[in-house]
Design a protein around this ligand. Sequence first.
Ligand SMILES: C[S@@+](CC[C@H](N)C(=O)[O-])C[C@H]1O[C@@H](n2cnc3c(N)ncnc32)[C@H](O)[C@@H]1O
Ligand SMILES: [Zn+2]
Length: 282
Amino acid sequence: MMKKELNNMLACPKCKNYPLELKIFDRKNTEIINGELKCTGCSSVYPIIDGVPRMIFQELSDEWKILQDEYIDWIRKSGKERISRHTQAILKDFVKSLNIDGGKLLDIGSGDNFVGTILSNTEYYGVDPYIRNQIHPYPFIVAYGEYLPFRDEVFDYVIIRATLDHVEDAAKVISEANRVLKTDGFLCISQSVQECEGFKKKAKNLFYMFYEDGINAFTELAEHLKGLLVKSKGKGHIREYTKETLLSEFNSHNFEVIDVLVREEMYLKLRKVRGRGNERKI
Ligand SMILES: C[S@@+](CC[C@H](N)C(=O)[O-])C[C@H]1O[C@@H](n2cnc3c(N)ncnc32)[C@H](O)[C@@H]1O
Ligand SMILES: [Zn+2]
């Protein structure tokens, strides 16, 4: 769902210019169904289709189209069209641990936007490069975490769950998260790391399934291992973390660690502190 006011927060994901020129082709009351956003800085045009702005710029879009098709195909074949109850429980526990109190929240790699359904006192925004059955009415934008389509310092919270191990460039995503956060805003991470029970359980389950249903488990195990080894955007893990390597991702960014909780996954709450800006340029 997109309302015209969303454009007050948007910037071009490529050159960060704003405001974007908004053209509305089709609307239903205050909701924009089809339209277009144009950057006057670099001339990129981003279509809005079925209420969803698609903010992937030209240089990335050919590869994106292929990956989007592969992703949908994988979701269908793997039967992972719905978020599992187990994942829902983790997300509820994670969000509860954050004591979120009002403001604007961006979920990077939002999947189907389930987190939006847990939060009642926050304005929820989701971005994910891949389109699946995202839960509406939350504002949702098709975009890469490495190239966020927002202006600087617009969010009070950014959350990233189970996504840093999927992205092409984790440092760039963290740098973008830092840019769109207000000073004193919170970056909240939930990530399975090798020391967590969830990580071990996953490996154990695959092992038991192997005995119960050899062929299926073998295929799944092979897929899992392939996911660990093959650089596969979107659906597989590009990297896997330990507690230490996850924490070290934040070393060169302007964050201070507020909380580290190890549950089924590792939860991290960091605060954006004032500084010279990120060392790493986007
Ligand atoms: C394991 S899912 C987690 C989804 C959701 N956060 C949750 O907890 O249910 C990983 C998500 O990362 C997304 N993703 C992959 N590459 C990405 C990128 N470069 N930037 C942002 N999200 C990405 C995938 O499309 C997928 O929805
Ligand atoms: Zn631009």
